[in-house]
Design a protein around this ligand. Sequence first.
Ligand code: EPZ
Length: 418
Amino acid sequence: MEKFILKGGKKLQGEVFVSVAKNSILPIIAATILSGSKCTIENAPELEDVYVICDLLKSINVKADFKEGSIYLDSSCMVGNEEPDSELVRKMRASFLIMGPMLSRFGRVKISLPGGCNIGSRPIDLHLKGFKALGATIDLGHGFVEAKADKLRGGSIYLDFPSVGATENIMMAAVLADGDTIIENAAEEPEIKDLANFLVKMGAIISGAGTDTIIIKGVKQLKGVSYTPIFDRIEAGTYMVAGALTNSNIKIVGAEEENLRSLIAKLIECGVKLEIGQGFIIINGHDGLSPIDIKTMPYPGFPTDMQSPMMSLMCLAQGTSIVTETVFENRFMHASELKRMGANIKIDGRCAVIEGIKSFSGCNVKATDLRAGAALILAGLVAEGTTTIEDIYHIDRGYVCIEKKLKKLGANIERIQV
Ligand code: EPZ
């Protein structure tokens, strides 16, 4: 088992380079199935979740080689009756994103129902609603879901919630359907646009990605291509908060203003000084943190994935801050770990009331999920004394070599085997 050991109090300096986005590369790797050919995904981040989805594709006869920063995929040997490895599907929710491409290309797919996870039940009803609107029949039973259609046909779907995964899965199911598909109340996240750009490069006809209405004109075939996904706005945001928390001057290379507007607005609101450049953002510390209120919303609202890192910052703002989590039903587990470090947080349903404290005190804590783990690292950077973080496998799912990137900025953090 591995742990992170942090000794707080060090200022950070220099620059950190953001990696390609986990939440972009995962649906894009799934989408390569649609080509029935060779695809290369460049600048791929060495993340646990990327290895898992490559293993999942290998379980359905796709060649997937991750070498020298690129992933070489070849789905030409798929025959269509493959059943994805259930263990892998249950291990990572994003595995469910292969359902749309398999249904689209072969007219059938049988896959294990994805498990829930720590942050919520993570239902799939909107994904299935979309497949049905395209003419598929859905059978559920014995922990599996099977979708079938002689030929998917264009349809219209109004999503009850702008679900990122459902928008992606339906878009991938629609690209080879007969006719036009419209998705209304679609998710608008930058990762949706990135997936659409990849599909269009393969030959799909898609308009409106990145808005709440996406139109897909079905085509006969898609071709294999090379592609480099966008940078990870959540990783970038996490390092921006690291610079703010440690009151440092650091440059985050790869941070894109257009994908981070809500976070930038909130950081400025609480007194953080920053500079926005072309392809980078500089954090210039602060002269004292003011309390603010945050409400997570679908994009372009404040991202739920930045809620826990921002909570660590709010713990040191002098006053009362309120954080409302509207996207997931159980995404405050980091609060109890931060309270072990001295934070003053009261949880009431979807709301967390945070009273500012002078400083965190280092102690043993556990990462409960990916972003909660990031919040604990941030707190450990400024805590008095030593902080030990267990279950750091959660963190490795979404942050490339976080301890190396932080050490390069001057943080005192070590990864140890125990
Ligand atoms: C994606 O998850 C991201 N994961 C999540 O990032 C992110 O937090 C989330 O979008 C919201 O931005 C990837 O892209 C791999 P949703 P996803 O479907 O697609 C409800 C991280 O830390 N819902 O937009 O699963 C659901 O219960 C991860 O990087 C339904 O009700 O999120 C939730 O309340 C965590 N029915 C809300 O929508 C459905 O069929 C948002 O879920 C689907 C979703």
